[in-house]
Design a protein around this ligand. Structure first.
Ligand code: C2E
Ligand code: MG
Ligand code: MG
Length: 519
């Protein structure tokens, strides 16, 4: 029987195009018989908004659209191999030399079928070069190229290249080696210190993973977290991190080490879909017999976009167990304000992006001032991450941002190194019982007394405000605002020095007290 007759049996029922097995078989024959110098292109086509088209117009209209697209492809790629793989995925194997004009022609004709829903056709192309000879792999490369331009509205097609290939190889490395890397402890936990702006003491750590491969060197989380999420493997990593952190800090706490201040652990949205975080944390806390106050969980804003009701419930369960939940990267997404309205968090970490460009204009400063004030009024504790300079630190401290994290304080490093660095920098570690006191203080909106004050004005027109503490029978200032500093500047004996005012207070015996001029 003629080959074409055989393939009549292997047609896609809806469109009459070749189905996937027939395409592979026929294309493989072409490739196997190809002479040197023959040009074959594998083209993978995907309709971006097809799901929405189906939802709006129903499956019958959706089917009609697929048939129309099939007709267009058959006409443009006349006498070439054209196939529908599944849904809205079409694949062409063509020996025409001008692939791009053909793709653009298909795109133009598909566009003319458009009604209210924008129909975006994306194409990925792999030009056969003999490097891989298996048609499944050739098609896969075209598919990868197509996937790489998903949701990129200004790009219609993409050729598979070495960079995409490298990306794919890295992905494969991560998927294939995760279990071994965990078992061999190539995945290590680094810790970045968090300080309380009122006291300068270290009051926490954030656990951040590093994959230190003996051959490849250090791989950063931005390279592998998203891959592990995509392949639903992230819980393996996060369960490992939870156990490592809890066991390490349980030992430190039992040894009475001051450095055992609370640690925050990052979670991914996918974790919630795969494991029961609240139960898992409780199991570990039981196993290692350690206080739950020592651990917080961080969830990024993007985790809240899908299935919000379920995530809200999970957050609630974790908090009901007495484990605090922090929101990470606030302000980096699109729906931040609603998130604050709809979820219960104990603390909000403000994204480092707001701190960038302090020298270009004051917009970041103004946003930060109002964001911190708003968060405090909503009852959230505040932390700014990515603080790199003294200027940024001082500014955030003046706003009353409670906690600060960033390279200015310390980079993520192995725990022992982190502790040593903090000691060398002369930083103390906050005691757990003092934490409750400072937590209460931290919620006060220090800027509230004069909301009209412009944040960037050099001198404040606010009322003088100071917060002091008596510790070991000694008074010291934790916070003063600009107006208070102005008074100190004018004080004849103080001459602008806060330390001399503290000294005066602490050595005061009788008569009008040194603070009498302040109130
Ligand atoms: P994140 O949780 O927002 O962590 C903060 C990131 O900012 C860290 O990057 C940290 O090294 C970096 N950073 C800290 N201070 C500064 C600074 O002053 N300047 C700049 N430019 N960067 C600073 P890292 O360690 O590469 O982690 C990236 C992201 O990967 C984390 O962002 C977190 O979302 C994710 N991640 C890290 N470890 C884990 C983990 O164990 N599990 C999960 N699910 N995600 C993790
Ligand atoms: Mg984080
Ligand atoms: Mg963050």
């Amino acid at each position: 029987m003629d080959k074409r007759e055989i393939f009549k049996e292997s047609r896609d029922e809806l469109t009459g195009l070749l189905d996937k097995p027939a395409f592979y078989e026929w294309a493989q024959e072409l490739i196997d018989d190809a002479d040197e110098g023959s040009n074959y292109a594998f083209i993978f086509l995907d309709m971006e908004n097809f799901k929405q088209f189906n939802a709006n117009y129903g499956f019958e209209k959706g089917d009609d659209l697929l048939k129309d697209i099939a007709h267009i492809l058959r006409t443009v790629f006349d006498s070439q191999l054209v196939s529908r793989f599944s849904g809205d995925h079409f694949v062409v194997c063509s020996d025409i030399t001008q692939v791009v004009p053909a793709i653009l022609e298909v795109k133009k004709q598909v566009k003319s079928l458009q009604q209210d829903i924008n129909l975006e056709l994306k194409a990925g192309v792999y030009l056969y070069d003999g490097e891989v000879t298996n048609v499944i792999r050739c098609t896969d490369r075209a598919r990868i190229a197509c996937a790489s331009i998903k949701k990129k509205y200004d790009i219609d097609y993409k050729f598979y290249d070495a960079e995409l290939g490298g990306h794919l190889a890295r992905k494969q490395f991560i998927i294939d080696n995760l279990v071994e890397a965990l078992a061999n402890k190539y995945i290590q936990i680094y810790y970045q210190p968090i300080v309380r702006s009122l006291t300068g003491e270290v009051c926490g750590w954030e656990a951040l993973v590093r994959w230190i491969d003996p051959n490849k060197g250090t791989v950063y989380p931005n390279e592998f977290i998203s891959v592990l999420e995509e392949y639903h493997l992230i819980h393996k990593l996060d369960c490992y991190v939870m156990e490592e952190v809890i066991s390490t800090f349980a030992k430190m706490e039992k040894a009475g080490m001051r450095e055992a201040v609370p640690v925050s652990i990052n979670l991914s949205r996918i974790d919630f879909e795969i494991i029961d975080i609240a139960s898992y944390m409780n199991e570990l806390l039981d196993k290692y017999q350690v206080k739950k106050e020592l651990f917080h969980l961080e969830i990024t804003e993007s985790a809240l976009t899908k299935n919000p009701e379920f995530i809200r419930e999970q957050i609630s369960r974790i908090r009901n167990c007495g484990i605090k939940v922090w929101m990470d990267d606030f302000g980096s997404g699109y729906s931040s304000l609603n998130v604050l309205k709809n979820y219960e968090f104990d603390l909000v970490k403000i994204d480092m992006e707001f701190l960038r460009g302090f020298d270009v204009n004051d917009n970041g400063k103004i946003i930060l001032k109002h964001a911190i004030s708003m968060l405090k009024n909503l009852g959230f504790h505040t932390l700014a991450e990515g603080v790199e300079t003294k200027e940024q630190y001082d500014f955030l401290r003046s706003l009353g941002c409670e906690l600060i994290q960033g390279y200015y304080i310390g980079r993520p490093v192995p725990l022992e190194e982190g502790c040593e660095q903090m000691h060398l920098a002369g930083r103390d570690f906050e005691k757990l019982d003092e934490r409750h006191f400072y937590n209460k203080l931290g919620l006060i909106d220090l800027l509230k007394q004069n909301p009209l004050r412009h944040v960037t004005s050099q001198k404040s027109d606010a009322l003088p405000l100071a917060i002091g503490i008596v510790k070991n029978k000694k008074w010291s200032f934790l916070y003063i605002n600009d107006a208070f500093q102005e008074i100190i500047d004018l004080h004849p004996n103080a001459q602008g020095s806060l330390e001399s005012v503290e000294e005066m207070i602490n050595t005061y015996k009788s008569g009008p007290g040194p603070l009498s001029m302040f109130w």
